[in-house]
Ligand binder design. Sequence first.
Ligand SMILES: Cc1ncc(C[n+]2csc(CCOP(=O)(O)OP(=O)(O)O)c2C)c(N)n1
Length: 387
Amino acid sequence: MTLLDRAQGSAPWTPQSTGPRTEPGPLLPDAAPVRLLGEDAAGSAGTAAGLAPELLRTLHRRLVTGRRFNEQATALAKQGRLAVYPSSTGQEACQIAAAGVLQPTDWLFPSYRDSLAAVARGIDPVEVLTLLRGDAHSGWDPRRNRTAPLATPLATQAPHAVGLARAAALRGERLVALVLMGDGATSEGDFHEALNFAAVLRAPVVFLVQNNGYAISVPLAKQSAAPSLAHKAVGYGLPGRLVDGNDAAAVHQVVGEAVEYARDTGGPVLVEAITYRVDPHTNADDPRRYRSPEEAAAWRDHDPLVLMERHLRAAGLLDEEQRSAAAAEAEALAERMRAAFRTDPRPDPLDLFAHVYAEPTPQLREQEALLRAELAAEAESSGEEHR
Ligand SMILES: Cc1ncc(C[n+]2csc(CCOP(=O)(O)OP(=O)(O)O)c2C)c(N)n1
């Protein structure tokens, strides 16, 4: 009997007792994404009313600051002050709300687009941009901040998170690792290996896939035929959840529940947040070549800030004074970013070798000696001395 026959149900198939079988029902995501803020012009004070007003106001302030951060970083990239900037405009709710549910003892594993998640974790916004400036692999101490460096290779941070969470569980620590990635990253081998090992080894990891529609120019439909990315969880034996990624309250709730589930049961969860990348992939991309302006415009009314402000106003939780206080806070951050980037630091080229291995290999030592000699020769011919 072929697989096709089986799918068409021409003959019954009896499972052999060759391994664990899990009833898939509880693992399957809901058919529609979880949504709390609503879309109607009047807002829906009812659905998110259970959430504390202070939490909603904090999410709002962080959304306003996050958007300003994206605008300022994009401008810095255009001025050549940053090597590149992958903006998360339109996706701020995913990162801000998700990072906000972590305990200080938990770990965050972000991708290159997740600067705002690192900022929401409390890392200095200027330090967050160090990698994208091209100065070093990371601007912060990953151990002290319990936040891995922004990962540029797709999905490589996922097996790292599984390894760390599993090791912590073996030591009896009850921490959770949250991995952020895009829809394109779910086509990588590392994604599948990480899900499989997390489920088999029972590692407390939450995988948050920000489905922003595109992997650079490739739309989701060209790389996945799954009913949703959240459905990918069931094949590995972990629960999948689906959330509106532009609804900061819903992301807070769904990722919060996933993190607590991982902490309580020691097992992983996959959450798919449906969102949209408003800006180009990076400042080096031209999205007009692969999508229509109408498509992006259709998301305007479902923007994370629009949804949150509409809700707060309808619930009587946002007045003009609070709105301008949030805008002023964002503007102060933008000014701090501009000031920090007015001068260019001069990193020592020899630092390239400093953080590769705890014990450098003979090859690295040889390469370091070669570069040191080259720098010395260059300095001698220019009359300068290399420090
Ligand atoms: C292993 C690997 N392969 C290819 C690339 C090149 N690349 C950079 S970004 C990108 C698209 C990623 O899309 P997605 O995961 O949806 O994230 P998004 O950029 O939309 O946030 C690709 C293919 C890479 N960085 N790493």
